[in-house]
Structure formats: C-alpha cells, structure tokens
Design a protein around this ligand. Structure first.
Ligand SMILES: [Zn+2]
Length: 160
C-alpha cells in the first residue's frame, strides 16, 4: 500500500492504543503487511509500550512494598514456626526414637512375656537403633545447614 512512512507513525501509535477507526485500522494492517520500515516501527512501539506498562512507577513501588511487608512478616512468623517445628521434632523424634531403641535393646516384650515369638532378632535390636540414629543425625545436619543458609541470606538482604 502506498504511504508515507513518517506520516504512518502516528497511525501506528493510535493502532496500538486502539484509538483508530475501522478503516484506519485496516489501512495500518495493509501497510504493516508490505512495509518493512513501518513493521519495525510497529514492533518497537509495541515493545516500548509493554516495557512502560510493566515498569510503571506505581506498580513498582506497590510490588516493592508488598515484598517488604511479606519479608517482614514471614521473617518473624517463620522464625517462630521454625523454632516450634524443630522443638517438636526433637521431642517427638528424640523421645520416640529413644523409647523405641530402649525397648528393642533390652528386648522388653520378651522380658515381659518370656515368649520366644516375642524375641526380637539381634540384628533388629542393634540395627534399628543404629538406623534411627543415623537418619536422625543426617536429618538434623541438613536441617541446621538449611537454617544457617537462610540466616546468611537474611544478612545479605540487609546489606543490600
Ligand atoms: Zn512504511
């Protein structure tokens, strides 16, 4: 379609803003189809509009604000949550494991009933406590490493 590229620019702008009449839109459509120059302008304008839209000042501060609030609350909340969760885990896991191991090692059921079928095999009496201990140590090692990493992250945030 015959056109002046410079004069078409405002039309392209209006096209992107949805301000054109039906016939003008059709005109721009035809121009874009066969003019490389105008297609480039169109692509640039579109990119620019998208960028401006996502980087608008209000949105940016809103996002930052909500992020800051989220960090602040999740900081205190997750600290308490972590503390409670870890305390609970240590109590349940520690006491539970200790109790289970003790029962196994002294072979409590067998001692109580004197019944041969209640006798726990030696490899379980020794193996299970070892297993529980090993898993426990692994679990808490990983847990504390993660906590340490989370703390380091927090300090980096403050520095920035
Ligand atoms: Zn053109």
């Amino acid at each position: 379609m015959k056109h002046d590229c410079l004069e078409t620019e405002p039309l392209i702008s209006g096209y992107l803003d949805g301000e054109l009449t039906q016939s003008d839109r059709q005109r721009v459509d035809l121009i874009l189809e066969d003019c490389e120059q105008c297609s480039l302008v169109f692509a640039e304008m579109k990119k620019l509009r998208k960028g401006v839209g996502s980087l608008s000042f209000d949105q940016l501060t809103e996002t930052e604000k909500s992020n800051m609030t989220k960090n602040a609350t999740s900081g205190a909340g997750s600290n308490l949550g972590q503390f409670l969760a870890i305390t609970g885990l240590i109590l349940v896991y520690g006491v539970g494991a200790f109790w289970l191991c003790w029962e196994l090692v002294i072979d409590a059921k067998f001692v109580e009933t004197g019944d041969a079928k209640d006798k726990v095999p030696m490899f379980i009496r020794l193996g299970l406590p070892t297993l529980i201990g090993g898993v426990g140590i692994l679990f808490f090692t990983v847990l504390f490493q993660r906590l340490k990493a989370a703390k380091t992250d927090k300090y980096t945030d403050v520095q920035i």
